[in-house]
Design a protein. Sequence first.
Length: 494
Amino acid sequence: MTAAHTGGTDPAVLTEPAALGLTAPGVPVDLAPLVEALSPGAVVDDPDVIAAHSKDRAVFAPIGTPRVLVRARSTGDVQATLRFAHERRVPVIPQGALTGLSGGANGVDGAILLNVAGMGGILDIDTVEQTATVEPGVLNRTLKDALVEHGLSYPPDPGSVDISTLGGNVATNAGGLCCVKYGVTKDYVRRLTVVLADGSITTVGRPTAKGVAGLDLAGLFVGSEGTLGVVVEIVVELIPAIPDPITGVALFDDIRDAARTITEFMSSGVTPSLLEILDGQSIACINDYGDFGLPEGAAAMLLVQANGDGSLERAAADLAVFERIAESQGATEVTISDDPADSEMFIAARRSVGHALEKYAMANGGGELVDDVCLPRAALAEFFTRIQGIAEEHDVLIAVAGHAGDGNMHPNVLFDAQDPPSVARAYAAFDAIMATGLELGGTITGEHGVGVLKNRWLAKELDPVAQRLHVAIKREFDPRGILSPGKMLGELAG
């Protein structure tokens, strides 16, 4: 297929639809039966609208030319679309709000874009079972806001909490800032209703708080990135409203001292509700982006919160442990605050890092590759040492922010997208970061997903038996290979 780029060389090899036995992009397909089967106005063939829906937020990921866009409004629309595509062997790219960072929702040539963002209903909030039943297009923030009056909370909170959907969160097994204590999306998915590639529908998971009947099929769909089926209904588990935290900030002249603080603190027996890291470059970009007033000049900042499960005394004691450890590891300054305004300001600053780095990139050549390797916490100090070496070797700027408490780092490679040598060095640095993550016992992605940016790296992480199992599962759920061809599992198909 032909992949369109915003610059640079193709960082991923996409499988040709024809090689998978799918209908080739240039072969005409009569869309009239599809139009008739769907809700009025669901099928969009305007090239400009299709192009606008053909990419997520991953810069430099390949983008093809889809055949048509379907804006699904119901489960029936999803079923009809997949039946149509399955019968004619037309590739389908499931999509939500297009906030992903790996190119998983990007269009491929000749595909149907199946967008479920319009299925945005909160169907039920059950305060007895402490569950919420939602459609895939519900925004994470919308659900959180709806739960406030019930005294309940849905903990997973990706940085894109205000713009990402629950369906997308399920597709990538999204995490977020509080996952060090409260876990990630998969820990809260109780039940899923899924339309398979041939249009058949099934409900997987369990209806009750406990249940072990059969295999955990729901777990297969969480993090499957639209390669096995299209989720049309989600039942998530809830918890009582999360108590307000006490916040701590520690500054360091050496980011490796911050890493050692993370290691010592997480082995102290304390469970923070949040533990984040920003390097010096990220801090500078955030201050340039907005009026956050973060301390200038530090090599790293740790942001920690503890809520003591509602006990202010316990939360204060937990942060006293953090303060002692940070100072013992060379922190130049440690500040503890129970002022909610301080907490809100620091969290807003942390959430802004993506926008801040994007602003910096646009002002300095427009190049940004966002990584999200996840490492054992004990390997973080060595990781930062190697990041510095990678930046120097490839002559690129790497800014790092991350969920320090669970080792999920987000190194951002910043470069001049208008300069081919700079682009080539950036891709080399990106690959070096992933290789380093694997060498240190980690994984190529903690929450952003594989998509197309990392699909050739999945085979490097999985052993041969695991690769075989992935391929077998894909063929069982999607025998004609129409769902997200060439994406997450594309490099395993052969």
